[in-house]
Design a protein around this ligand. Structure first.
Ligand code: NDP
Ligand code: 8X3
Length: 247
């Protein structure tokens, strides 16, 4: 299969790239840090096609996909994985610029890639879109405000896409992970490694390859079977009670 992954330079995207290349697929691995993708190509070989891409840039998304060589144009699987959280400040103190970056990446970037690639899948009556949602899109937590809201958008969009695509053979799946150790918290805390490490201290978080393995299972289901949503968490993570403020 030809698999197009956004955000392949780190975390889930890098783990999926490694796993899928080893399974014999062709991977168009995209991200802003092209040097990381070039390094991965050296390690993983010819079936990896590195493509520099900032998903926030609508025109760049369109021209990067248009620039693909003919043999890579028939994308079988689009994995909308590029995304980030910035900060955990409460909603009344958070930065507007951080909100804009999260919305521009997690929502608009996902839409730009989908808008460009999906019509071709429908024309060929074949394809699978995997969106990276989050448990943060299903459950609230303090400081999750706009990040969680972007993932709630991804959840509902994924379900709505299923409605519109009924009658085609194009599948859509929303993957909703809980705590997973990657560069995610380092990005969220702007490079503060101590703060990032503290998030996963004393518990066994998911690994990026846990997510890659789950997605590999999803895309390998038989064509008549669509996994709508998968929610997965570390065993050592669960839900809190409602919060009550008492004075
Ligand atoms: P990482 O920070 O490890 O990786 C994020 C990837 O997204 C990087 O490859 C980065 O590439 C890419 N990215 C970020 N912004 C852009 C952009 N503007 N254009 C293109 N690529 C971009 O995070 P994870 O692997 O953990 O996260 C992957 C996805 O999973 C995200 O959508 C995240 O919200 C979601 N998620 C993560 C969870 C976790 O606990 N880790 C849990 C639930 C969901 P580069 O900077 O090189 O462009
Ligand atoms: C990432 C999971 O709980 O850290 O989407 O927000 S969480």
């Amino acid at each position: 299969m030809i698999i197009f992954i956004t955000g392949a330079t780190a975390g889930f995207g890098a783990a999926m790239t490694k796993r899928f290349i080893k399974s014999g697929h062709t991977v168009i691995a995209t991200g802003r840090r092209i040097e990381r993708l070039e390094e991965m190509k050296k390690e993983l070989g010819g079936n990896l096609y590195p493509l520099k891409l900032d998903v926030q840039d609508k025109k760049a998304v369109e021209s990067a996909i248009d620039s693909l060589p003919t043999e890579l144009k028939n994308i079988d699987v689009l994995i909308n994985n590029a995304g980030l959280a910035l900060g955990t400040d409460p909603v009344h103190k958070a930065s507007l610029e951080d909100w804009e970056t999260m919305i521009q990446t997690n929502i608009n970037g996902l839409l730009y890639c989908t808008h460009k690639i999906l019509p071709e899948m429908v024309k060929r009556n074949r394809g699978h879109i995997i969106n990276l949602g989050s448990v943060a899109g299903e459950y609230p937590y303090p400081g999750g405000n706009v990040y969680g809201a972007t993932k709630a958008f991804v959840h509902q969009l994924s379900l709505n896409m299923r409605s519109d695509l009924l009658g085609t053979k194009v599948r859509v799946t929303n993957i909703e992970p809980g705590m997973c150790e990657s560069e995610f918290s380092e990005v969220r805390f702007r490079g503060d490694k101590n703060k990032a490490e503290a998030v996963y201290k004393g518990m066994h978080a998911l690994s990026a390859d846990d997510i890659a393995e789950t997605i590999e299972w999803v895309i390998n289901r038989p064509a008549h079977l669509n996994i709508n949503v998968i929610s997965l968490m570390p065993t050592e993570q669960a839900f809190g009670p409602f919060a009550v403020y008492r004075n």
